[in-house]
Write a protein that binds this ligand. Structure first.
Ligand code: SF4
Length: 203
Protein backbone atom coordinates (compact mmCIF):
# COMPACT_ATOMS: atom_id res chain seq x y z
CA UNK A 1 0.00 0.00 0.00
CA UNK A 2 1.35 3.47 -0.87
CA UNK A 3 0.07 6.75 0.58
CA UNK A 4 1.02 9.87 -1.39
CA UNK A 5 -0.34 12.32 1.15
CA UNK A 6 -3.84 12.32 -0.28
CA UNK A 7 -4.80 8.76 -1.11
CA UNK A 8 -3.80 5.15 -0.71
CA UNK A 9 -2.92 2.89 -3.63
CA UNK A 10 -2.70 -0.88 -3.30
CA UNK A 11 -0.02 -2.93 -5.08
CA UNK A 12 -1.31 -6.52 -5.36
CA UNK A 13 1.78 -8.62 -4.65
CA UNK A 14 -0.25 -11.78 -5.09
CA UNK A 15 0.05 -11.26 -8.86
CA UNK A 16 3.85 -11.37 -8.83
CA UNK A 17 5.37 -14.55 -10.21
CA UNK A 18 7.73 -16.29 -7.81
CA UNK A 19 6.26 -14.71 -4.66
CA UNK A 20 4.39 -17.46 -2.83
CA UNK A 21 2.92 -15.27 -0.09
CA UNK A 22 2.14 -11.65 0.67
CA UNK A 23 3.90 -11.37 3.99
CA UNK A 24 6.47 -8.55 3.92
CA UNK A 25 9.12 -8.85 6.63
CA UNK A 26 11.47 -5.96 5.74
CA UNK A 27 11.24 -2.74 3.73
CA UNK A 28 13.89 -0.52 2.15
CA UNK A 29 13.65 2.63 0.05
CA UNK A 30 17.10 2.72 -1.57
CA UNK A 31 19.15 5.72 -2.70
CA UNK A 32 17.76 5.40 -6.24
CA UNK A 33 14.15 5.54 -5.10
CA UNK A 34 13.51 1.83 -5.55
CA UNK A 35 11.35 0.10 -2.98
CA UNK A 36 12.64 -3.28 -1.78
CA UNK A 37 10.43 -5.81 -0.02
CA UNK A 38 11.89 -8.71 1.93
CA UNK A 39 9.17 -11.33 1.74
CA UNK A 40 8.66 -14.08 4.26
CA UNK A 41 10.97 -17.04 3.65
CA UNK A 42 12.90 -16.20 0.55
CA UNK A 43 11.93 -13.85 -2.24
CA UNK A 44 12.94 -10.20 -2.42
CA UNK A 45 10.95 -7.81 -4.60
CA UNK A 46 12.42 -4.62 -6.08
CA UNK A 47 9.82 -2.09 -7.25
CA UNK A 48 11.28 0.63 -9.50
CA UNK A 49 9.22 3.40 -11.10
CA UNK A 50 8.91 1.47 -14.39
CA UNK A 51 9.58 -2.15 -13.51
CA UNK A 52 9.33 -4.77 -10.81
CA UNK A 53 11.91 -7.51 -10.26
CA UNK A 54 11.59 -10.59 -8.11
CA UNK A 55 14.77 -12.23 -6.74
CA UNK A 56 14.29 -15.74 -5.44
CA UNK A 57 16.90 -18.14 -6.82
CA UNK A 58 19.82 -18.44 -4.43
CA UNK A 59 18.23 -16.57 -1.54
CA UNK A 60 17.99 -18.32 1.86
CA UNK A 61 14.69 -19.85 2.95
CA UNK A 62 14.67 -17.64 6.04
CA UNK A 63 12.88 -14.65 7.50
CA UNK A 64 14.35 -11.31 6.40
CA UNK A 65 14.57 -8.83 9.27
CA UNK A 66 16.46 -5.82 7.88
CA UNK A 67 17.65 -4.40 4.55
CA UNK A 68 20.12 -1.59 3.82
CA UNK A 69 21.80 -0.32 0.65
CA UNK A 70 25.36 0.90 0.34
CA UNK A 71 27.24 3.40 -1.80
CA UNK A 72 27.88 0.76 -4.50
CA UNK A 73 24.17 0.11 -4.98
CA UNK A 74 24.32 -3.28 -3.26
CA UNK A 75 21.38 -4.26 -1.08
CA UNK A 76 22.19 -6.20 2.09
CA UNK A 77 19.65 -8.38 3.85
CA UNK A 78 19.92 -9.83 7.34
CA UNK A 79 17.86 -12.79 8.50
CA UNK A 80 16.37 -13.95 11.75
CA UNK A 81 18.72 -16.94 11.83
CA UNK A 82 21.77 -14.64 11.69
CA UNK A 83 22.40 -15.01 7.95
CA UNK A 84 23.45 -12.24 5.58
CA UNK A 85 22.89 -11.86 1.85
CA UNK A 86 23.98 -9.26 -0.69
CA UNK A 87 22.18 -8.46 -3.96
CA UNK A 88 24.35 -6.50 -6.39
CA UNK A 89 22.93 -4.03 -8.92
CA UNK A 90 23.45 -6.59 -11.73
CA UNK A 91 21.31 -9.11 -9.81
CA UNK A 92 24.17 -11.28 -8.54
CA UNK A 93 23.42 -12.77 -5.15
CA UNK A 94 25.96 -13.75 -2.52
CA UNK A 95 25.06 -15.52 0.71
CA UNK A 96 27.58 -15.02 3.51
CA UNK A 97 28.34 -17.61 6.18
CA UNK A 98 31.00 -18.38 8.75
CA UNK A 99 33.29 -19.61 5.98
CA UNK A 100 33.47 -16.05 4.59
CA UNK A 101 35.39 -14.89 7.63
CA UNK A 102 39.05 -15.69 8.24
CA UNK A 103 38.13 -18.77 10.24
CA UNK A 104 35.15 -20.54 11.75
CA UNK A 105 37.28 -21.59 14.75
CA UNK A 106 36.37 -20.10 18.13
CA UNK A 107 39.17 -21.30 20.37
CA UNK A 108 41.80 -18.46 20.47
CA UNK A 109 44.75 -20.82 19.89
CA UNK A 110 43.04 -22.47 16.92
CA UNK A 111 42.07 -19.04 15.57
CA UNK A 112 45.70 -17.92 15.76
CA UNK A 113 46.92 -20.96 13.84
CA UNK A 114 44.13 -20.79 11.26
CA UNK A 115 44.67 -17.09 10.53
CA UNK A 116 48.44 -17.49 10.48
CA UNK A 117 48.08 -20.16 7.81
CA UNK A 118 46.22 -17.71 5.54
CA UNK A 119 49.33 -15.62 4.83
CA UNK A 120 53.07 -15.91 4.67
CA UNK A 121 54.97 -15.59 7.94
CA UNK A 122 56.69 -12.38 6.83
CA UNK A 123 53.25 -10.65 6.59
CA UNK A 124 52.11 -11.54 10.09
CA UNK A 125 53.40 -8.34 11.72
CA UNK A 126 52.17 -5.88 9.10
CA UNK A 127 48.76 -7.57 8.86
CA UNK A 128 48.30 -7.42 12.63
CA UNK A 129 49.27 -3.71 12.55
CA UNK A 130 46.83 -3.04 9.69
CA UNK A 131 44.03 -4.75 11.60
CA UNK A 132 44.81 -2.63 14.69
CA UNK A 133 44.92 0.55 12.58
CA UNK A 134 41.63 -0.36 10.93
CA UNK A 135 40.02 -0.78 14.34
CA UNK A 136 41.39 2.52 15.60
CA UNK A 137 40.72 4.57 12.47
CA UNK A 138 37.54 3.12 10.94
CA UNK A 139 35.99 0.07 12.59
CA UNK A 140 35.43 1.53 16.05
CA UNK A 141 33.95 -0.92 18.55
CA UNK A 142 30.99 1.25 19.52
CA UNK A 143 30.27 2.92 16.19
CA UNK A 144 32.13 1.65 13.11
CA UNK A 145 32.31 3.92 10.06
CA UNK A 146 30.74 1.37 7.72
CA UNK A 147 29.73 3.90 5.06
CA UNK A 148 33.38 4.98 4.67
CA UNK A 149 35.03 1.58 4.99
CA UNK A 150 37.16 -0.03 2.28
CA UNK A 151 36.09 -3.48 3.50
CA UNK A 152 32.37 -2.73 3.26
CA UNK A 153 31.75 -4.90 0.18
CA UNK A 154 33.17 -8.00 1.88
CA UNK A 155 32.27 -7.40 5.52
CA UNK A 156 29.46 -9.51 6.96
CA UNK A 157 29.06 -6.91 9.71
CA UNK A 158 28.47 -4.04 7.30
CA UNK A 159 25.68 -1.87 8.65
CA UNK A 160 26.69 -2.23 12.29
CA UNK A 161 27.60 1.45 12.11
CA UNK A 162 26.26 4.30 9.97
CA UNK A 163 26.19 3.60 6.22
CA UNK A 164 25.52 7.21 5.30
CA UNK A 165 28.68 8.59 3.66
CA UNK A 166 28.76 11.92 5.48
CA UNK A 167 27.96 10.46 8.88
CA UNK A 168 30.47 7.65 8.46
CA UNK A 169 33.22 9.95 7.12
CA UNK A 170 32.97 12.04 10.29
CA UNK A 171 33.87 8.92 12.30
CA UNK A 172 37.12 8.18 10.44
CA UNK A 173 40.04 9.29 12.63
CA UNK A 174 43.81 9.52 12.65
CA UNK A 175 46.66 10.83 10.51
CA UNK A 176 45.58 8.66 7.55
CA UNK A 177 42.06 10.06 7.51
CA UNK A 178 42.45 11.86 4.17
CA UNK A 179 43.95 8.78 2.47
CA UNK A 180 41.35 6.42 3.94
CA UNK A 181 38.48 8.64 2.82
CA UNK A 182 40.08 8.99 -0.61
CA UNK A 183 40.12 5.19 -0.98
CA UNK A 184 36.32 5.15 -0.78
CA UNK A 185 35.92 8.21 -3.00
CA UNK A 186 35.27 10.81 -0.29
CA UNK A 187 37.08 14.16 -0.28
CA UNK A 188 38.29 15.10 3.20
CA UNK A 189 37.00 18.62 3.68
CA UNK A 190 38.84 18.92 6.98
CA UNK A 191 42.21 18.00 5.48
CA UNK A 192 45.02 20.39 6.45
CA UNK A 193 46.94 22.12 3.68
CA UNK A 194 49.73 19.85 2.28
CA UNK A 195 52.97 20.33 4.22
CA UNK A 196 55.42 17.67 3.16
CA UNK A 197 53.24 14.59 3.17
CA UNK A 198 50.79 12.79 5.38
CA UNK A 199 51.72 11.73 8.86
CA UNK A 200 52.81 8.15 9.35
CA UNK A 201 50.55 5.71 11.16
CA UNK A 202 51.73 4.35 14.48
CA UNK A 203 50.27 1.46 16.42
S1 SF4 B 1 32.03 -2.48 7.15
FE1 SF4 B 1 32.75 -4.04 8.63
S2 SF4 B 1 34.96 -3.69 8.83
FE2 SF4 B 1 34.05 -1.86 7.89
S3 SF4 B 1 33.59 -0.48 9.59
FE3 SF4 B 1 31.71 -1.65 9.21
S4 SF4 B 1 31.84 -3.42 10.60
FE4 SF4 B 1 33.92 -2.54 10.46
Amino acid sequence: MRFDGARFKEFPLANLEGVPNRVVRALLLDRRGQLWLGMDRGPVVCIAPKSTKVFSRGLPDARAVCMVDDGQGDVWITYGDGGLTRIQPDGQIKVFGAADGWTAEEDPIKVEHAVGALMSRRDWTIVSHEVIFHGRRVCHARKPACGACTLAADCPSYGTGPTDLVEAAALVKGPSRTRLLGMVGIADEDAPAPAGGEGRDAP
